[in-house]
Design a protein around this ligand. Structure first.
Ligand code: PEP
Length: 654
């Protein structure tokens, strides 16, 4: 149920991020204008140059799109879910302000594709934020669609696709999808007429006035029968002048064929005169509102071809048709007709170039993962068969379990340095005189380690810490790193003790880091797992220990996992005087061994030492240690007196 819920949230978030990133990337200039609107409201508009707002627009859309892809494919699950949560929290705050203050009427989260009111946007963000919290809480519940070694392909492919193919292409030519009212096929004449009749119309801001007299000629231009060229330049001062020859040729063509040609601009007369001097422009100039011009075409300058008041073609200045395409009258040539590519063909293009390659990659990856799994299963069966032959061979001297038996003490936060040294000395002497039948380890507070290491005979008693930091080194006041523990002479470290999980909020992720760092510094890890009373009463003990292993140590290679000692400690038995019965303990130890076998194979499971911990004493140790899957104990209270501890160690002699 939890998995199902997390994955529904992940899908909704992924699709939303991909769509919202895509529609913004399709129209980078539109997103830039929106960013500029925000800056203006905050009084920063004139301090931020255009290239910064344009870069922000491109990067923002790419980030959303890539995060959406990562969620969909469950790539870098923990990191991505954190970033998504932070982004949505920030967006929700921003939209709360938008809804309350209403400084901008549309937040622009889906570009021009879907315009929401500020309150609708706020509710949408609140819902997405809840979904993001769920995904962030349980990121590992999202199954990967693609294995780790191949994830970079998806990330890089998504990045190249959105940055180069979508944003780059839209900037160079025009947006592939035009969500604005002035798209190809839009009938401006009809819309404008509606507006004149008092109806709602998206073309309400459209007007054309002559530059000299300020006469409104909108009706005349729109009612012209046949073709009209509109060169659009919101600001001639900022227009790109690299394609002037092509523009002048098109003007000459229109003139020769008697098609009206107007340049619509919001620039003042001075700028128009400069443009004429610079380009030799002969065409008439008219005034139109600059926001309307920016809405009509995302290019400065751009060219629009109207036929009977309908937009039939739009060209960016970078992709103007050349002379060869203008042979004959527009009525007879392809340029004079509505283009044949429609929205469906564009969507098909995206499916072919973005979705299909990723689907194929996923299939190939899954086949590869499956073939690896089949090979590992075959190897497992072969190993099992070999082992069975070996086990049935009475002459085989190695035919016994190889795992180490250990009794480890966990002093917790007890004893000052002097008392600790005295206890360690006493134990050292006792065990030197009466050699134990098992490995013995004492895990002490950090401050005891260096002193005790000086005299402890570590061939008989191993020394360990009770914890180490999840960071390598640096500004982490009060922490003690694995490297520092190792430098005292200690060989072991206890990680994942329930007291640290509970009181110091150590999560599986933190413990995973600690295990990696401990092993990097050659420390042997005693890794604790175990369920609470509530979980035991709900019959969830197996589920809990499995999740704890999966969360922190099942990521290790076989070689590294072999170095781990597991300590099963039911939390309800620690320091409470309640011991699990030998049967209860054996049952769950056997289960733990079986899941290790599932993960790493029988041989590793057979060699893994699994200790029992929880009110273990000299009186109950012999019965517990007699069980086939219990390989010793992790001892708290009873390790604080040499005689009590020795009594437990001696259980291995019985
Ligand atoms: C422990 O904390 O690891 C433990 C087993 O404690 P006790 O033996 O005191 O129950």
């Amino acid at each position: 149920m939890k998995k199902f819920a997390v994955n529904i949230c992940r899908l909704v978030l992924a699709v939303t991020f991909i769509l919202s990133g895509f529609v913004k990337a399709v129209d980078p200039l539109g997103t830039q204008y929106k960013i500029q609107d925000y800056l203006t409201v905050w009084g920063l508009g004139r301090y931020v140059p255009d290239f910064v707002t344009l870069s922000a627009s491109v990067l923002l859309s790419a980030a959303e799109f890539i995060l959406g892809s990562c969620l969909l494919f469950a790539i870098r699950r923990r990191l991505v879910s954190k970033i998504v949560l932070v982004m949505l929290a920030a967006m929700t705050l921003l939209t709360l302000w938008l809804a309350l203050a209403d400084p901008i009427h549309d937040c622009g989260c889906f570009g021009d594709a879907l315009v929401l009111t500020n309150w609708q946007t706020l509710w949408k963000n609140v819902i997405l934020l809840i979904l993001a919290i769920i995904v962030w809480r349980w990121p590992l519940e999202m199954p990967r669609l693609i294995s780790e070694p191949n994830q970079w392909i998806v990330m890089n492919y998504s990045a190249i696709f959105i940055l180069v193919v979508i944003s780059g292409r839209s900037l160079y030519t025009l947006p592939q999808f035009d969500f604005r009212p002035y798209h190809i096929g839009a009938n401006i004449r009809e819309g404008w007429q509606k507006m004149m009749d008092g109806e709602d119309s998206p073309f309400a801001d459209f007007f054309i006035e002559t530059t000299e007299e300020g006469e409104d000629i909108t009706e005349q231009v729109l009612n012209d029968k046949g073709y009209t060229f509109l060169m659009i330049s919101p600001h001639l001062e900022q227009a790109d002048d690299s394609q002037l020859d092509e523009l002048n040729q098109i003007y000459e063509y229109s003139h020769d064929n008697e098609y009206p040609f107007y340049c619509l601009t919001a620039s003042p007369e001075k700028a128009i005169n400069r443009w004429c001097d610079m380009t030799g422009a002969d065409y008439p100039f008219c005034q139109t509102d600059d926001i309307t011009l920016k809405t009509i075409i995302r290019s400065n300058p751009g060219l629009v071809l109207l036929k009977d008041g309908v937009i039939i073609r739009k060209w960016s200045h970078n992709a103007l048709p050349d002379e060869q395409e203008f042979i004959g009258r527009l009525e007879d040539i392809e340029l004079g007709q509505l283009p044949s590519d429609n929205v469906a063909s564009k969507i098909l293009w995206i499916l072919t170039w973005f979705v299909l390659p990723l689907v194929l990659l996923t299939i190939a990856d899954r086949l590869w993962a499956w073939s690896r799994w089949v090979r590992s299963q075959n190897k497992k069966y072969a190993d099992k068969a070999k082992k069975a032959i070996k086990d049935n061979n009475p002459l085989n001297k190695e035919n016994k379990i190889m795992r180490k038996k250990i009794v480890a003490g966990n002093w917790k936060m007890n004893m000052n340095l002097q008392d600790g040294i005295a206890l360690a000395k006493e134990l050292n002497e006792t065990l030197k005189a009466d050699k134990p039948n098992c490995g013995v380890v004492i895990c002490t507070p950090f401050i005891h380690l260096a002193s005790i290491a000086q005299f402890l005979d570590q061939d008989i008693i191993g020394l360990g810490a009770e914890n180490c930091a999840d960071k390598e080194k640096g500004a982490f006041t009060g922490e003690v790193s694995a490297e520092m523990v190792k430098s005292t002479g200690a060989q072991y470290v206890i990680l994942g003790h329930s007291e640290r999980r509970e009181y110091y909020k150590e999560t599986p992720e933190i413990l995973k880091e600690k295990v990696l760092l401990a092993q990097k510094n050659d420390l042997k890890v005693i890794f604790c797992i175990g369920e609470s009373l509530e979980e035991r009463e709900a019959g969830k003990q197996n589920e809990v220990v499995k999740a704890e292993l999966e969360g922190s140590v099942f990521n290790l290679s076989e070689e590294d996992f072999r170095k781990i000692v597991i300590a099963y400690e039911p939390i309800w038995a620690i320091g409470t005087g309640k011991t699990a019965t030998a049967e209860q303990a054996e049952e769950i130890h056997a289960y733990i061994r079986s899941i290790i076998a599932e993960k790493y194979g029988e041989a590793v499971a057979d060699d893994t030492t699994i200790l029992y911990g929880g009110s273990c004493k000299a009186s109950n140790a012999p019965e517990l240690f007699a069980k086939p899957d219990i390989d010793g104990g992790l001892i708290g209270g009873a390790s604080l007196k040499a005689a009590d501890f020795k009594g437990i160690i001696d259980a291995w002699k019985k």
